[in-house]
Design a binder for this molecule. Structure first.
Ligand code: ATP
Ligand code: MG
Length: 256
């Protein structure tokens, strides 16, 4: 289980960043008192527009950046005190962590497997399963720099799952993928959910959230403005689909 309580992240902007954002305020509140729970056997979706604070939230959970305030507990481990244990229990995917372009998927998979202390025979079996599921075998020996966007994404997904983590945190996992590849990724996330894992995904794609997520937290300007199953969100907003529901929530938040 993942418990997030009052998570707040304030970035300190440098002069250049302040100029670029046309502000004189050196503080940017990216996530503002955000709380939610994600349980085993469910796919929890963080749904929000560009700049809503999705990646910031997920990076805090993955202990890549430190929250300004609030609590994060992953599988009983407090992120602040026991970041090592948190990192061991999660598989994290985000577009801003890139695999080293000169190495092959095959090499990187083994490298990260050893880093996570996955025993040799287990590693072999994991590779067999993931490479075959994602159709990686055909390009497993090519350097990452020679792969297409979709191949790179599949490679990153396989590597992030090498240690069979209990918790899966995927930031916009289908970004840049064609519908066939995207479907193989979302189907795999469903399988992980059905195996009893905790799955958190972020997305701004309404149709994907509607089909994939068991529960959704809608975040706008770093705040959670609504949460529930797709049906609950439709009832709450009177929308016909998630896109309409989202626009209702967006209008209410922005006071339009
Ligand atoms: N390292 C940083 N320094 C300063 N500001 C940042 C930094 N990273 C993100 N921000 C700002 O924090 C806010 C939230 O950004 P974040 O990347 O978390 O949003 P997001 O929901 O993932 O958006 P997207 O859909 O575009 O990926 C944005 O206003 C962004 O400009
Ligand atoms: Mg993002």
């Amino acid at each position: 289980m993942i418990e997030i309580k009052n998570l707040t992240k304030v970035y300190r902007l440098n002069k250049k960043q302040m100029q670029e954002s046309h502000t004189k305020n050196p503080k940017k509140v990216a996530v503002n008192h955000l709380s939610f729970l994600a349980k085993e056997g469910e796919i929890y979706g963080l749904l929000g527009p560009n700049g809503a604070g999705k990646t910031t939230t997920l990076r805090c959970i993955a202990t890549i950046i430190k929250p300004t305030d609030g609590e994060i507990v992953v599988e009983g481990h407090e992120a602040r005190k026991d970041s090592e244990a948190v990192r061991r229990s999660i598989g994290f995917l985000t577009s801003d962590i890139k695999l080293d372009p000169q190495f092959s998927v095959d090499y990187l998979f083994d490298f990260f497997g050893r880093l996570h202390n996955v025993p040799k025979d287990r590693l072999k079996a994991r590779k067999e399963e993931l490479f075959s599921y994602f159709g990686i075998r055909d390009f497993a020996h090519k350097p990452i720099k020679e792969l297409s966007t979709g191949m790179k994404q599949k490679a990153a997904i396989a590597v992030s799952l090498v240690h069979d983590p209990k918790v899966i945190i995927f930031d916009e996992p289908t970004n840049g993928l064609d519908i066939i590849t995207a479907r193989s990724v979302t189907d795999y996330l469903r399988k992980l959910r059905d195996d009893g894992k905790v799955v958190i995904v972020s997305t701004h794609i309404m149709s994907e959230a509607q089909k994939l997520c068991d529960r959704i937290g809608v975040i706008i300007d770093g705040e959670k403005v609504a949460e529930g199953t797709v049906n609950e969100l439709l009832i709450k907003t009177g929308g016909q689909d998630l896109e309409e529901a989202f626009f209702e929530l967006y209008k209410a938040k922005k006071g339009a």
